[in-house]
Write a protein that binds this ligand. Sequence first.
Ligand SMILES: Nc1ncnc2c1ncn2[C@@H]1O[C@H](COP(=O)(O)OP(=O)(O)OP(=O)(O)O)[C@@H](O)[C@H]1O
Ligand SMILES: [Mg+2]
Length: 524
Amino acid sequence: MAEELFKEFREHSVSEFFRKNAAMLGYTGKIRSLTTIVHEGVTNAIDAAEEAGVLPKVNVIIKRVNEEPEHFKIVIEDNAAGIPKEYIPNVFGKMLAGTKLHRYMQSRGQQGIGISGSVMYGQITSGKPTTVVTSTGNGEIVRADVMIDVDRNEGKILNEEKFKGKWQGTRVEIDAKDVSYMRSRYGPFNYLRMTAIANPHTHITFVEPDGTLTVFERGTDKVPERPKPMPLHPWGIMSDDLLVLAKHTKGRTVASFLSAELSRVSKRKAEEVCRLAGISPNKKPSELTWEEAERIVSAFKQVKLYAPPTSGLRPIGAVDIENGMRKILNPEFTYSITRPPKVYRGGLPFIVEVGIAYGGNAGKVAEGKGEGEEGENEVGMELVRFANRAPLIFDQGGCAITAAIRSIEWRRYGVDPATAPITLFVNVVSAYVPYTSAGKQSIADEPEVLNEIRAAVMEAARELRRFLYRRIRLKERQERAGIFEQYLPIIAKKAAVLAGVKEPDIKLLLKKVTGVEHAKEGEN
Ligand SMILES: Nc1ncnc2c1ncn2[C@@H]1O[C@H](COP(=O)(O)OP(=O)(O)OP(=O)(O)O)[C@@H](O)[C@H]1O
Ligand SMILES: [Mg+2]
């Protein structure tokens, strides 16, 4: 029986797996699928521009194909360094491949599956390849059609042309069916608007299927500092991590391996750790056993080390968050904070930033109902989540940010989340964001991360409470003033009659008690 059954035993490529489980990459529902494609293209575009050290300029066009209702072409173009021709098949056609997965550096992408997932979605819904136009600025522009060979998890180039031109950057055109366009909270328009808020250094233009052009202008012309790689810190490392690093290291001895691959580990520290772990510092890293790796991990707990470096983290900054919120929400009150770095899982540094806006257009959640429709505006606390400056639009329920906000007793801050005109902005930055799934739309509830978000939001909420109380006091003063205004003239008149004197001029007195200048009689 078993022999029979096991004749069916097969292998699966990564591509085959994600072809069958596209939902894991965020391809569920027609609107979400479209937004996911935009998200993958735009995060790559901004990452690439930042790495090239240029101010990102991203153009997004979504247009209908053949007037079919659920068939669109999605075009995303950037001004980054371009992609060398020989890497085109691997960038767009190989899943789990890229320049970001093996280094600890803050970037929007970290898995090497984003854009190849979009190519796959296009391919399985429309049967069409993705067109890539790219140039590294060498005077030659390459245009190629790419499809994924699912069995092999490899990219195939169908047509390739080269022409001369001075342009530099990358343009990706994905043809996808089973998607629909809407201007709702979950649609591409809102996604790009949120990207603009969290990336004031990025210029975005967007053309919607009906031809409407929107330009999200830059709020700053400062080229952000390039992200810096931050190697793992020994406090956050496990035996398995160590063995994986040992396999790929250039270090020839365990001592040089430890100091080269981990942060805050000098050669001397590495030798001390080897001594404590009872391992020769000259041993070859590739010969480390599991038990030895365990001993190294525990030896690291006995030596003194500097805390993990955080110099590679690139938060948005409180000033830019506040400017972004003012520009887009026009609120009565805003407050923003970028908290100092913290560490989760012992050695992975992260920073939480929070902005809170009250009044104006804050808290107005546009729920579009139909194609191109704005939808009705309902007011209530709106939460906008970001990870490494990329908007998180979906899977709100399972996210640590949501959990942190739900755990706060808002009444203590004078707020009813169901009706308050509040927009709450939370950005978590890290070289390694603990996402709950490959779709990268929600953050896992690592206790340190959750607590830090909670503390940051409470700090902002305290400032809001101060503002709200000041407003209440002002209102009370105005009401009191109103009472005086109403009754003082009557009392003055009656008192004058009783005392048999001329009615006094009470304007000065009114001003004193109410703090308001009063018009002379006859004036309006
Ligand atoms: N517009 C672009 N310009 C330059 N390089 C790019 C561009 N888009 C993608 N790449 C390269 O292709 C690789 C694969 O991209 P992909 O989106 O699949 O993965 P990723 O961004 O590394 O991680 P994630 O899966 O989290 O998005 C990137 O790591 C990057 O090296
Ligand atoms: Mg990506």
